[in-house]
Design a protein around this ligand. Sequence first.
Ligand SMILES: Nc1ncnc2c1ncn2[C@@H]1O[C@H](COP(=O)(O)OP(=O)(O)OP(=O)(O)O)[C@@H](O)[C@H]1O
Ligand SMILES: CCCCCCCCCCCCC/C=C/[C@@H](O)[C@H](CO)NC(C)=O
Ligand SMILES: [Ca+2]
Length: 543
Amino acid sequence: MEQLPGGRRLRLASSLGLGQRCWEVTLDEERGLLAWRDPRPPRRGADNCFVPTSEIIAVEETEQNKKQRSTGKWQKMAKPHAFTVYYVKKARNHRWRCRDVTFWCADEYLCNQWIQALKELLEMQKCRPKQLLVYINPYGGKRQGKRIYEQKVAPLFSLASISADVVVTEHANHAKDNLFEVNISKYDGVVCVGGDGMFSEVMHGLIGRMQKDSGIDQNNPKAPLAQCNIRIGIIPAGSTDCVCYSTVGISDPVTSALHIIIGDCQPLDVSSVHHNNTFLKYAVSLLGYGFYGDVLKDSEKKRWMGPMRYDYSGFKTFLSHHYYEGTISFQPAKHTLGSPRDKDSCRTGCCVCKESEQQLAEQRKKCGFKHEEDEDEWKVIKGKFLAINVVNMSCACPRSPKGLSPAAHLADGTADLILVRKCSRFDFLRYLVRHTNRDDQFDFSFVDVYRVKSFQFTSKLSEDNESSVTDIGKKRFGQFCRDHPACCCNIANSTWNCDGETLDSSAIEVRVHCQLMKLFARGIEENCTDEAAYSHSSIEQLL
Ligand SMILES: Nc1ncnc2c1ncn2[C@@H]1O[C@H](COP(=O)(O)OP(=O)(O)OP(=O)(O)O)[C@@H](O)[C@H]1O
Ligand SMILES: CCCCCCCCCCCCC/C=C/[C@@H](O)[C@H](CO)NC(C)=O
Ligand SMILES: [Ca+2]
């Protein structure tokens, strides 16, 4: 243990070899930093580096004659004792990579001391998973799930001494059904390799299992649900990968694997969807009726096209320009500080999410769940809509980097309700194009947005059905309004797109459950675009 001038203690401080030179290497346990600096007088571009110990992946004794990862060549190491530290390197656009640095010294005892100290610090990171259950969808996205896991993820898990039980799914709902049977207490987390649909399956398995084990009836739309504490990791291998992109900032399997390894944790709101006291589904990203429901329905027939199916069906649906009539009722969210028109977005350690969760917890302590359900006001809107989107998170994805609601929060107990009323094709195109650029997508007279905690929808057709429209009448009219063949008024229902799966009912009741589950993620970090975040920095400022 070394003492610094300010009274701070260092776990270890030594002069160690790195490449051809000697470096001052320190392990600061209090600050949780491993740092190495070139002791020669500072010059431009000198490499002074540090790594938070929470972002060290592994430490290994380095064998002589070991293949040097950086050069790819076999090099005889002339140095007698060495150890390699593998760590997270943050690159541009939220991408993480595994890098390594090898230190050497002549003294075997000193080398072992370093290995021992670093391993002890790694052991102290209690949030890191040791045993994972992995489900791979071999048919998601471009059908690369198995290859992505085997080539990019499994080697990192094994480097970090994580053992994984791997299930390659054989049919839809395999993972979900399996999660009701496995001994879940054996695992520190569940990983899904696939897209949003695969994530949704795993989430349904885990939340469903949790409610079953706690004796909670999922069919009761008002039941307070039991929180699911086992974290889910998403290795993106789907077509949209919206949940991964919106919670990590990038769809990249290696980045996601590293977030899992270091044991990140991001709570997530989940909406429950019911119809007539029957549970239909949970949703975390998009519940979309009209445009996104029709895109999904059409695209399901074209799965063979892979991710391109959404572009094809998107264009076709855009041309069809159908609108739908219905009634929307919602309870505005009063417990949150945020609004959908905010300029700031939800970022790592978001205060809006923290505050909102506290407010909700206090409200519940005072009045219980019942008050919230019964006494808060409902707003009712009737109209003709091209799209009704309810989003629990921004829904950012590579196709729409800001998402459908850029200021939506991951864990504030609310969803953003976006109503796109009947407008011209040209106006709808302007709206869609704003998903892909920086302009405000809510700044249109035909678009309204509300932050809500619960929501209901009934289509005009089902309202009419309950009263007058007969089956014969429906057949005669066909799908479209007979009186106005060119008006695009669609007397058929659209379908709900629930995180990329279709729902059977158009009339639904939705409730947001604050932070019902957790992911191996940390939310999107404030932009750290600089490769040099951890290097070329003045080490003196840190020590
Ligand atoms: N072995 C399997 N065979 C067929 N379908 C499967 C299998 N395993 C999982 N599925 C189903 O495939 C559906 C789609 O998978 P996934 O979400 O991984 O890919 P995607 O639809 O291409 O991507 P995204 O949801 O991001 O648009 C999921 O709903 C899942 O239930
Ligand atoms: C003519 C211009 C077209 C512009 C289209 C922009 C498309 C943006 C797509 C954003 C979709 C984000 C919502 C994500 C939903 C997912 O839950 C779901 C399943 O992966 N994906 C889709 C496409 O429904
Ligand atoms: Ca939310």
